[in-house]
Design a protein around this ligand. Structure first.
Ligand code: FES
Length: 115
């Protein structure tokens, strides 16, 4: 059995997103939110697991490293996707991110996988 290597898609030059900023992006029609936090990049699905509201609408709390849902204020740890403040209880999906040749690239895993 062979295990396919993760494919990555290039999103933007790394220096175009400042620390503490987030950026909503679409990858093959799937909404994703990209965050730069303390020099590292993270990507999650852009859908709150409570009622499916876009997580990019409110903002990113740099102090705690959480995405805050604008609707009912659930919070998700951007590093792990864990729901850390209710009413959401289910984690948000996370995707691998790397920087190659100065560009941020998001890995096509989970719901970003297309056969
Ligand atoms: S939809 Fe996000 S907290 Fe309710």
């Amino acid at each position: 059995m062979t295990v396919a290597a993760t494919r990555f898609v290039r999103v933007l030059p790394a220096d175009e997103l400042r620390d503490g900023e987030l950026l909503p992006v679409e990858i093959d029609g799937t909404p994703v939110v990209l965050v730069r936090h303390r020099g590292e990049f993270f990507a999650t699905a852009n859908n709150c697991t409570h009622r499916d509201f876009p997580l990019s609408e409110a903002g990113f709390d740099q102090r705690d490293g959480v995405l805050i849902c604008a609707w009912h204020e659930a919070c998700f740890d951007v590093r792990t996707g864990a729901a850390v403040v209710p009413p959401a209880t289910e984690p948000v999906e996370t995707f691998p991110v790397r920087v190659t040749d100065g560009f941020v690239e998001i890995g096509l895993t989970g719901s970003l996988l297309r056969s």
